[in-house]
Design a protein around this ligand. Structure first.
Ligand SMILES: Cc1cc2nc3c(=O)[nH]c(=O)nc-3n(C[C@H](O)[C@H](O)[C@H](O)COP(=O)(O)O)c2cc1C
Length: 162
């Protein structure tokens, strides 16, 4: 049986909600990335510091985890959009593991359309085999049930292709 890993980062819970919906619908392991120094999700300053980190292409140190992503057949990666790109903890993850020729599927969560961020995400993973991509508009503000349904349908579709 193919092994699937869901990797994501979430500061305010939207990307997490999608990760949880996918996890409930397909057989997969989950890795939630946590930076050693996390921003305060309650503070308006998160836009400043988070936007700065994303724009400067910072790769914050992540808390240790004992999963080896390279043993999986498919890695589904989810990120919030920060300053029109994917989030810094995802940048840290992608710089740590060479996912060339691996099957990957990507999702973003954003307040706007997320198009530019998805194109940057895909460009970074251009040597991987990208078998799926989808964007969500922050589900906590715009409808949890609808987003969950969309996520579940998407996940079921991609696992047909592995
Ligand atoms: C630092 C920061 C930068 C952001 N930049 C953007 C952006 O450029 N475009 C956008 O549509 N949303 C932006 N957002 C909104 C988030 O992408 C959106 O709320 C997302 O759903 C948050 O996901 P999370 O709850 O999993 O952290 C930004 C949020 C933060 C904290």
């Amino acid at each position: 049986m193919s092994k699937v890993l869901i990797v994501y980062y979430s500061l305010t819970g939207n990307t997490k909600l999608i990760a949880e919906a996918i996890t409930e619908s397909i057989n997969a392991d989950v890795l939630e990335l946590k930076p050693v120094k996390e921003l305060n999700a309650e503070s308006g300053m998160k836009y400043f510091w988070g936007g700065f980190q994303a724009t400067m292409k910072r790769k914050p140190k992540l808390k240790d985890f004992d999963i080896d992503p390279l043993i999986y057949d498919l890695i589904i990666i989810g990120t919030p959009v920060w300053a029109w790109t994917y989030s810094p903890p995802i940048r840290s993850f992608l710089s740590k593991f060479d996912l060339s020729s691996k099957k990957v599927a990507l999702w973003t969560s954003s307040d706007g359309d997320g198009v530019k961020a998805m194109s940057r995400f895909k460009n970074t993973l251009r040597n991987s085999n990208i078998i799926g991509e989808i964007s969500f508009i922050s589900p906590k503000k715009h409808g949890v049930d609808e987003a969950k349904e969309k996520a579940i349908a998407w996940a079921n579709e991609i696992i047909q292709n592995i």
